[in-house]
Design a protein around this ligand. Structure first.
Ligand code: ACO
Length: 348
């Protein structure tokens, strides 16, 4: 029996919209302070997408264009594109569809994955299966969200947390035995009550009343979500470690979803990992939902080496949670750099 090919991440690129929203600016909108936000979340600023008619596809297409350019990939070579998003441009068609059209990828399968903040890891898991079966050789997975469009900027408990952005990776069969070694995806729909968007779907279609009652914004019971996130991020990371005989000192990087600095620190502690091996971007990007993990990989790319062992872990609304064990496939320092417009990456 031939061994199925393993999928590797062979390139990463990101995009952050140029407009910034700082803690000081938020303190003019709601009753909060830079000190409270920094201490309770670790966030200092976040990027916000502005511009008439621009949606999630705009940022995602920028990330995908950069990815294709950086790798010298012609759009015709891409076999499948998956977009993880909670803030699609439209109810239908899928944002993945729109991205393909914007970047010139034609005549392939493309679809969105909705798993809130775990969507990027769900999508990586799906993409790796397409490669393992031989159904696809080049798959683009993009995580992108315009959270600012569903955030109530009069609600101090949620508006400080989120930002906008996009990150994309290219997956290909790996010739060296590296790549996605293991993946776990989990969900519990009973968690819906703690984190959801009440109106705009088939249960409660948009109406003048739903708009007046501000039901199209993120509803989050922060303390309940926090408790579940702390437990599940660590649980899934530890399960991945156990299944793959990994101890904390054997892992080069923890790549956690960026929801709150305290959740990240607690996950690292429970895995037995020091913070200098943990990717952290929350201070400058906030929670970009599906973009946090690919943006971390993009920010830290130059420090990554072929063979690095990393655990990716996420938790999101639904509830959903996921863990992926990756052996990184290439030396990031040797990865091609894009000249000129580079999506506003600020470096680690
Ligand atoms: N500024 C000042 N005070 C605030 C703010 C703010 N921005 N937000 C809340 N407070 C107040 C509250 O009103 C409360 O005041 P009270 O005691 O007078 O009622 C007090 O601070 C404490 O509130 P808590 O909710 O207990 O604060 P906590 O320390 O838990 O931090 C936070 C709140 C940051 C939201 C935290 O609960 C959290 O990070 N939750 C998890 C969020 C998350 O992980 N989401 C995950 C997925 S997102 C997705 O899937 C889309």
């Amino acid at each position: 029996m031939p061994v199925p090919p393993r999928a590797s991440i062979t390139a990463v690129h990101g995009y952050l919209p140029p407009d910034l929203l700082t803690n000081a600016e938020l303190a003019h909108l709601v009753d909060t302070s830079d000190a409270w936000i920094t201490e309770r979340t670790g966030i200092k600023e976040r990027h916000i997408l502005k511009g008439e008619g621009l949606g999630t596809s705009h940022m995602a297409a920028e990330a995908v264009r950069g990815l294709l350019k950086k790798t010298g990939t012609d759009p015709s070579e891409v076999d499948l594109l998956i977009c993880a998003t909670t803030t699609p441009d439209l109810q239908f068609p899928s944002t993945a569809n729109l991205i393909c059209d914007m970047v010139g990828i034609r005549n392939i399968g493309s679809f969105d994955v909705q798993a809130a903040c775990s969507g990027f890891l769900y999508s990586l898991t799906i993409a790796s299966q397409f490669i393992a079966t031989g159904a696809a050789r080049k798959v683009v997975v993009v995580g992108a969200d315009t959270m600012s469009t569903i955030i109530d900027y009069t609600d101090r408990a949620t508006c400080v947390l989120f930002g906008d952005g996009a990150g994309a990776v290219l997956l290909e069969p790996d010739p060296n035995g590296y790549g996605i070694m293991d993946a776990l995806i989990r969900s519990d729909g009973s968690g819906m009550i703690h984190l959801h968007q009440k109106a705009g779907g088939s249960r409660m279609p948009a109406s003048a009343e739903t708009v007046a009652k501000r039901l199209h914004y993120v509803h989050q019971e922060g303390a309940a979500v926090y408790k579940f996130a702390i437990a599940k991020m660590a649980e899934v990371a530890r399960e991945i470690m156990t299944r793959n005989n990994l101890r904390g000192d054997m892992i080069d990087w923890l790549v956690p979803h960026q929801a709150n600095k305290r959740i990240i620190e607690s996950t690292a502690e429970r895995m037995g990992m020091p913070m200098d091996k943990v990717m952290v971007t929350i201070h400058k990007y906030g929670n970009t939902t599906n973009a946090t993990i690919p943006l971390c990989l993009w920010d830290y790319e130059s420090r990554l080496k072929a063979g690095d062992k990393m655990v990716l872990a996420a938790f999101g609304g639904g509830f959903t949670w996921a863990g992926v064990y990756v052996q990184w496939a290439y030396d990031g320092a040797k990865a091609p750099k894009l000249n000129g417009k580079n999506g506003n990456r600020k470096g680690v």
